[in-house]
Design a protein around this ligand. Structure first.
Ligand SMILES: *Cc1c(COP(=O)(O)O)cnc(C)c1O
Length: 392
């Protein structure tokens, strides 16, 4: 069965991913099972998505109940679940309004569009450029790959969109030089995810905020990977005593269901007038009902506090590995978004871990990334550490 599925899949699906030879069939909490019945502890959570673990019974129930009531009617009508989800998000963030869509890339598209439209509505037609960071990742659509500060993402897709400038992350001087009068927004991940789990230097984001204020430039935070508790706060910006003007969410918002959101303040939201932007599926009842339940469980069970504590523990254990193994050159992260940089390729280690029953991930060739469900147990962390210790 395993071999058949892999053969069939490799024949029918574009080869945009290289995958190991396992077929995942089932999940529960932090455990996944393949078709051969082997169990894996999941230290990736579908790339920082399933924060409450797999097959969460309450979310499954919310999804089923809504599916038996109403899947979808389009955004031409009011619906209850999307109203409740938008209210929850605005009550728990800096934002006043939400635009719903279906993925991270789409959320960033909405952010880029509203930033430009905002200055257009003000009659400042010359302000359209967006400054982003080198090593950033903002998505795979034409606009978001153009915003992304990594050449490999753009290869073969020229012409990329005009209007994006890139500066090194954590470099205030470079940003200062990039702040031309034509710039409408600065777009950053508060902690860079795909680029290698890169944390902002102390004061960096505060200084960026101040520079945006001084020039009337909008600050967009891409919190698609860092949002929804991943860093030990509901949103990563809360660590830095500042607020963005626009924020994008996706990944963990639906605990595994496809949803994206662009959140902003009232005066900016005004730029999205009827017809200015749209999405057929965005905020559809069946998905927003599940997302609302995700957020309710996350806060009710204090999972974000637990994530903060567990993250500290996990990082300490990885630091111990670093002190024992020369091949580990750095351990960094925040909450349960942690990177371990090696002085060698990481792909083989990912495979070895899988054989021993742990799913981890490698980014940028040599950085192991850990982003488990936020409910991961210390025993599971200990077990992974032992496994890594042996392999290294
Ligand atoms: C995953 C990710 C995206 C893209 O999200 P998709 O849902 O894959 O389109 C954008 N920005 C960041 C920071 C991400 O981690």
């Amino acid at each position: 069965m395993n071999k058949d599925i892999i053969k069939k899949s490799d024949k029918a699906i574009t080869a945009t991913y290289t995958r190991p030879s396992i077929v995942i069939e089932k999940g529960q909490g932090c455990t996944l099972w393949d078709t051969e019945g082997r169990a894996y502890t999941d230290f990736l959570a579908g790339i920082a998505v399933c924060n409450l673990g797999h097959a969460h019974p309450e979310i499954a129930k919310a999804l089923c109940n809504q599916a038996h009531t109403l899947f979808h009617v389009s955004n031409l009508y009011y619906t209850i679940p999307q109203t409740e989800l938008a209210s929850w998000l605005t009550e728990h963030s800096f934002a006043d309004r939400v635009f719903f869509c279906n993925s991270g890339a789409e959320a960033n598209e909405a952010a880029i569009k509203i930033a430009r439209r905002y200055f257009y509505e003000k009659g400042e037609f010359h302000r359209y450029r967006i400054v982003t960071a080198e090593k950033s990742f903002h998505g795979r659509t034409m606009a978001t790959l153009s915003a992304t500060g990594q050449d490999k993402i753009k290869k073969g897709f020229s012409p990329i969109l005009e209007g994006f400038d890139y500066v090194p992350f954590n470099n205030i001087e470079a940003l200062k030089n990039a702040m031309e009068p034509s710039v409408c927004a600065v777009m950053l991940e508060p902690v860079q995810g795909e680029g290698g789990v890169i944390l902002p230097d102390p004061e960096y984001l505060e200084t960026v905020r101040r520079m945006c204020d001084e020039t009337g430039t909008l600050l967009i935070f891409d919190e698609i990977q860092t949002g929804i508790g991943r860093t030990g706060k509901l949103f990563a910006y809360e660590h830095f005593n500042i607020e963005p003007d626009i924020m994008t969410l996706a990944k963990a918002l639906g605990n595994g269901l496809p949803i994206g959101a662009m959140l902003t303040r009232e005066y900016i939201a005004q730029a999205f007038t009827p017809g200015a932007h749209a999405s057929t599926f965005g905020g559809t009842p069946v998905i927003t009902a599940a997302a609302l339940k995700t957020l309710e469980v996350l806060t009710r069970e204090n999972i974000i506090d637990y994530c903060r504590e567990t993250g500290v523990y996990f990082k300490e254990k990885l630091m111990e590995l670093k002190s024992r193994h020369e091949s580990v050159v750095d351990v960094r992260g925040i909450g349960l978004l942690i990177g371990m940089e090696l002085n060698m390729e990481g792909a083989q280690i990912v495979l070895e871990c899988m054989k021993k029953g742990f799913l981890i991930n490698c980014i940028q060739g040599n950085i192991l990334r850990f982003a488990p469900p936020l409910i991961i147990k210390k025993e599971d962390i200990d077990a992974l550490i032992n496994c890594l210790d042996e392999i290294l």
